[in-house]
Design a protein around this ligand. Structure first.
Ligand SMILES: [Zn+2]
Length: 598
């Protein structure tokens, strides 16, 4: 049979989709391959089909048992002999599979990376006829990717043991940097690199600052999607359960799905969703990988994802049938702070910096005002034209713009005068005339730019800096230091003006309907009480009402985040530079104490 006959016979298609045929030809020709195709573009066919046309079997590395079982089931249904070996198998099942493998009947063998790299397993494979290796979810190989796994990195030794066997790596998401890293890490030999379009025309994307807990925005969005299938991603398990209950109370057919559910319940929710018995799954990120449901009409996020890769992968689950589908991301600055704090726990410093960089890019994407498809394209190294009507930014009425050239030049000269060696917090401190130890340590209070930016709040400065990233006037260098780009130099010289959406200059802290929302998994009342006691003592000594020192909301945030240093204190609502100077230190000390007590 030729490849078109196999396509028709086993897969039921008349023709190939973009890049499938090129991938197949490369593998049949014995060439290494790296294919980057969005979810739903038909990746697995790229290696399943050439396997059917070859003598031996192909070995597929995949990260999840559930995913492998799914694939094997699907293949068996199509009459293709496929097996998976994993830790959940009984002795008898395993022997049966090894028997089949020796018998030469198996076309596809699915294994987890940690099994594949066992010396005994490699010896076993050497006795079989392996056509080629397939590395699925290959971005896990790269520490520049968003799901780095060390067992994936050890796959490098495949080329040592099987120098003449081609390797085909597949992923849905890889920046140029990650693609190069994948090829290098797997020691691919002059691989053919195929990259599908990042732009998914049937996906309408939009982002919105979250108002309080975002419930009213979620209901608003769902009004336009009655009786449609959709996924709502939440950050915490608690929010997942709360939101599912909230939707049920509004007669919306929704169920919660998260890692802590019983295995049977997870399976039930999954099946109910796949079979359209429920409309909506409210899920933590545990849900959706490898999901094969084509009629998902919307994906909604109630908080900021950690990376653009995972965001793109998650929204990519909508509209696999090519019909118009919608996405909405609700976020605010507290999400970014919270996630940054989690990243601090990453032990590997190098990897931590990568994650921080990715988080910053995710946040800037959310607050950015350019075409979202275009920004996404840029991120993955794909040239995308402004979409016109497939994203909220392109559809928006032209914004009221305000000239901020003066502020921008203040900021850029602060960058210049401090030798492009400092991060945004320090530069804002400098402009706002902070008396922090770090400012004094570098003699930055002696610079002419010291204290010239007090009329703008820390938060507005943040927005101005976001804008500068957005127009590519600045970038980040080592240790997240702000570095000027050519455009920044032109602005500093006075050769270019900068404008910003006037609504971005409104101080959210003082705007009552945009208060930051705190998500707390467990009540932290003792912490709140300890902070309240301290506040009462200070208030009494100063003969002031307690709320003048810090509001209850500020104390709740302090109890929730327990900041570790001044910069983190200043990120809390209600703590500005002045208040910090007056009352900050005793609260910081208390927070550190509470933190050490756990
Ligand atoms: Zn657009």
């Amino acid at each position: 049979m030729d490849k078109y006959q196999v396509l028709k016979e086993y897969f039921g298609y008349e023709q190939f989709r973009p890049f499938q045929e090129e991938s197949i030809d490369a593998l049949l020709g014995g060439r290494d391959l790296l294919t980057i195709l969005p979810t739903g573009a038909g990746k697995s066919l790229c290696y399943q089909l050439p396997t059917l046309m070859s003598e031996g079997l192909s070995v597929v590395v995949s990260p999840l048992i559930a995913l492998m079982q799914d694939q094997v089931r699907n293949l068996q249904v199509s009459g293709i002999e496929a097996v998976t070996i994993h830790s959940d198998l009984s002795e008898a099942e395993r022997n049966d599979i090894f028997g089949k493998l020796h018998g030469g009947r198996v076309k596809l063998l699915y294994v987890a990376p940690e099994r594949l790299i066992l010396p005994s397993f490699i010896d076993f494979l050497k006795k079989l006829h392996v056509n080629f290796f397939v590395i699925d979810e290959a971005h896990c190989v790269s520490e520049w990717g968003h799901e780095f796994r060390s067992d994936y990195q050890q796959l490098a030794l495949l080329k040592e043991h099987f120098p003449d066997t081609p390797i085909a790596a597949f992923t849905a998401t890889a920046t140029r940097e990650v693609a190069v890293d994948i090829a290098k890490s797997l020691r691919l030999n002059d691989p053919l690199i195929l990259r599908g379009n990042v732009f998914r025309e049937n996906l309408h994307v939009s982002c919105m600052p979250r108002h309080q807990n975002g419930r009213s925005q979620v209901l608003d969005f769902l009004k336009d999607h009655r009786d449609e299938s959709g996924i709502i991603y939440t950050f915490t398990r608690k929010e997942c359960e709360d939101l599912a209950r909230f939707l049920q109370s509004h007669n919306i057919s929704a169920k919660a799905y998260h890692a802590r559910l019983e295995k049977e319940e997870k399976q039930r929710v999954y099946e109910d969703f796949v079979h359209d018995r429920i409309d909506i799954v409210v899920a933590t990120i545990a849900f959706g990988m490898g999901i094969d449901k084509s009629n998902i009409r919307f994906v909604l996020h109630t908080s900021l994802p950690k990376t653009l890769e995972s965001y793109y992968q998650e929204i990519g689950r909508a509209g696999r049938d090519g019909l118009p589908s919608h996405t909405l991301l609700l976020f605010n600055k507290s999400d970014e702070i919270q996630k940054r704090e989690l990243i601090q726990n990453t032990p590997n410093e190098h990897y931590r910096e990568i994650l921080e960089g990715k988080l910053s890019k995710m946040y800037r994407y959310a607050v950015g005002s350019g075409c979202r498809h275009r920004v996404m394209g840029q991120y993955f190294g794909d040239e995308v034209e402004a979409c016109g009507d497939k994203c909220d930014n392109c559809q928006r009425e032209p914004a009221q713009m305000e000239d901020i050239t003066r502020e921008v030049r203040m900021f850029l000269s602060a960058v210049y005068r401090t030798g492009s060696r400092f991060g945004q917090n320090h530069l804002i401190d400098l402009l706002r005339g902070s008396k922090s130890a770090k400012i004094a340590q570098f003699d930055h209070d002696k610079l002419s730019v010291y204290g010239i930016g007090t009329e703008r709040s820390k938060q507005v400065w943040q927005r101005i800096i976001d804008r500068l990233f957005d127009i590519e006037a600045i970038t980040t260098g080592e240790h997240r230091a702000i570095v000027m780009r050519e455009k920044g130099v032109q602005i500093l010289k006075g050769a270019q003006k900068v404008e910003i959406d006037a609504t971005h200059l409104v101080d959210l802290k003082r705007s009552s309907n945009l208060k930051l929302e705190i998500e707390r998994d467990t009540p932290k009342d003792e912490k709140f009480e300890a902070l309240r006691e301290l506040r009462a003592r200070l208030a009494k000594a100063a003969n002031l009402p307690a709320y003048i020192i810090f509001s209850d909301k500020t104390l709740l945030e302090l109890a929730s985040y327990l900041p570790k240093n001044k910069a983190e204190m200043l990120a809390i609502n209600g703590i500005g530079e002045v208040k910090y100077e007056r009352y900050g230190e005793p609260f910081l000390e208390l927070c550190l104490k509470l933190r050490s007590e756990g």
